[in-house]
Design a protein around this ligand. Structure first.
Ligand SMILES: *Cc1c(COP(=O)(O)O)cnc(C)c1O
Length: 399
C-alpha cells in the first residue's frame, strides 16, 4: 500500500517512489506466446508464393466480420491508413478537413500528409467528442472532409454526425481507434460514415505490435485503398495511383490474430480494473471518473478522471507528483491541437470550451501490467494528495 506518512516521503521531495517500475496508461497486452507462435508457424507451412499474404488476408476477413463490414483493408499502422483514406475521400478541388482540436496529438500531421488543411473545431461538453453542432461553424465551400473522432471513453454522436454529413453532402471519416470494441445503439463500431480507421499499436486495445486497418462498405474505396497501400500499383503492375508501401507485414498480423483470440478475456480484465477504480474513486472528493456507458459494448480500457473545481491541486502539480511516484498519469489530449505550432497551414479559431476541457482531465494507469494492488496504491496516493494538498503545494513552490 502507500509507503508514505508525511509529504517528505513523496518521491518529488526525495522519498522512495511508490512503484519501482512504471505504471503506464497504455494497454501493452501480450497475447499467449504459443498462440502467437502457432499463427506465425502458418507462414512456414505455406508452400506457394511467400508474398501471398495469408495471415494478412485471414486477419482482414476476421476484422471485417468482427466489425460487420463488407471490407477491411489493413495497413502498416493507423497513421497511413488514415492518410490514404483521407486522400481517397476528400472532395476533389477542396482542401479543408474539419476535425476536433481535443484529440490525438498527431492528427493534424496526418491531415497534412493527405495534403489537407486541418480546420479545428470544438467538442461537445458531454461526450468530449466532435458533434454536428461543433462542426457546423467550421464548414465553408472549401470543406473536403469531416473527421469524426471517437473520444477515449464511449462514442461520439454517430447518428447526428452521419445525418449532418449526408445533409451537407460532405464525406465523413471516423477515427475509431479508441472505439474498436464499442457499439453505438447496439451496432458494432466499424460500419458508420464512409469509412472507419483503427490502430493495433501495442498501446491500443488490440496489440498487433504496430498495425492499422480501415473498414468500409464501399467497394470502390476498398479497391482504391488496396492499390494505394501497395505503392499505387494494380495487379498488372501498373502504377496508376500516387501510393506508398503501407502494407501490413505477416508477423504483425500473427500478433494481431493472437490478440483477437484473447480479446474478450482482456476486456473482462479491463472491466474488473475499471470497477475497482470506480468503487474507490467515488469516495475521494474533487475527482470524478468518466464512466463507460454500460448499455453498450465497452472495452473498459482507459481510465479517465476529471479534476473538479474542488480538487485542491493544479493538474500540472498533480501529474508532477504522480509521475515521480512512477505513476505515469497523463494529461488528456493536452495541449489541444489548435494551441500547437505547425510548419504547414492550419485553421485554428478560438475554441474556449476545448481550452477549458483540455486542462481538466487525467488518464490513470490501465491495462495488462496494472494489478489490483497497484490500483489500491494509486487510489491511496490520490487520497494522500487530496488530504495533504496545501502542504504539497507550498513545498513544491519552495523547490
Ligand atoms: C494511436 C492513434 C492513431 C494512430 O495510430 P498508429 O497505429 O499509432 O499510427 C490515430 N488516432 C488515434 C485516436 C490514436 O489514438
Amino acid at each position: 500500500m502507500l509507503n508514505k506518512s508525511s509529504i517528505h516521503q513523496l518521491a518529488i521531495f526525495g522519498g522512495c517512489p511508490l512503484f519501482s517500475d512504471y505504471r503506464s496508461t497504455s494497454n501493452l497486452v501480450r497475447p499467449d506466446f504459443d498462440i502467437f507462435l502457432s499463427y506465425s508457424k502458418l507462414l512456414y507451412d505455406v508452400n506457394d508464393d511467400p508474398s501471398n499474404t495469408s495471415l494478412v488476408n485471414l486477419l482482414e476477413k476476421r476484422l471485417a466480420s468482427f466489425h460487420q463490414t463488407a471490407f477491411c483493408i489493413s495497413f502498416c499502422n493507423g497513421f497511413w491508413g488514415l492518410v490514404l483514406t483521407m486522400r481517397c475521400l476528400a472532395l476533389k478541388g477542396k482542401t479543408e478537413i474539419v476535425m476536433p482540436s481535443l484529440t490525438y496529438r498527431r492528427m493534424a500531421d496526418i491531415a497534412a500528409w493527405a495534403k489537407l488543411t486541418p480546420h479545428f473545431c470544438e467538442v461537445d461538453s458531454e461526450t468530449l467528442a466532435v458533434s454536428a453542432a461543433a462542426i457546423a461553424p467550421c464548414l465553408n465551400n472549401n470543406t473536403a472532409l469531416i473527421l469524426g473522432v471517437h473520444p477515449i471513453i464511449n462514442c461520439c454522436d454517430v447518428t447526428g454526425l452521419v445525418a449532418f454529413a449526408n445533409e451537407k453532402k460532405i464525406p465523413l471519416l471516423f477515427d475509431s481507434v479508441e472505439s474498436v470494441y464499442e457499439s453505438y445503439q447496439g451496432v458494432k463500431i466499424g460500419s458508420f460514415g464512409n469509412a472507419e480507421c483503427f490502430s493495433m499499436h501495442a498501446s491500443k486495445l488490440v496489440n498487433g505490435f504496430e498495425s492499422g486497418y480501415v473498414t468500409t462498405n464501399d467497394a470502390n474505396l476498398a479497391a482504391k485503398l488496396l492499390r494505394l497501400r501497395n505503392d499505387g500499383i494494380d495487379s498488372q503492375d501498373r502504377g496508376i495511383y500516387f501510393g506508398i508501401d503501407a502494407n501490413l507485414n505477416e508477423i504483425h498480423a500473427a500478433m494481431a490474430l493472437a490478440s483477437l483470440d484473447d480479446l474478450d478475456a482482456q476486456v473482462e480484465k479491463n472491466r474488473h480494473r475499471y470497477n475497482l477504480y470506480k468503487n474507490s474513486l467515488s469516495s475521494i472528493p474533487g475527482i470524478q471518473l468518466q464512466e463507460f456507458d454500460e448499455t453498450e459494448s465497452c472495452s473498459f480500457k482507459n481510465i479517465v478522471v476529471q479534476l473538479l473545481d474542488d480538487w485542491p491541486l493544479s493538474r500540472s502539480d498533480t501529474l508532477t507528483v504522480l509521475n515521480e511516484e512512477h505513476i505515469l498519469a497523463r494529461a488528456y489530449y493536452s495541449p489541444p491541437l489548435h494551441k500547437k505550432k505547425y510548419s504547414y497551414p492550419v485553421i485554428a479559431p478560438e475554441l474556449p470550451l476545448t481550452d477549458k476541457l483540455s486542462e481538466r482531465f487525467v488518464l490513470l494507469p490501465c491495462g495488462h501490467f496494472v494489478s489490483d494492488d497497484d490500483i489500491e496504491s494509486i487510489i491511496a496516493m490520490l487520497r494522500f494528495l487530496q488530504t495533504n494538498a496545501s502542504d504539497i503545494s507550498k513545498q513544491l513552490r519552495s523547490l
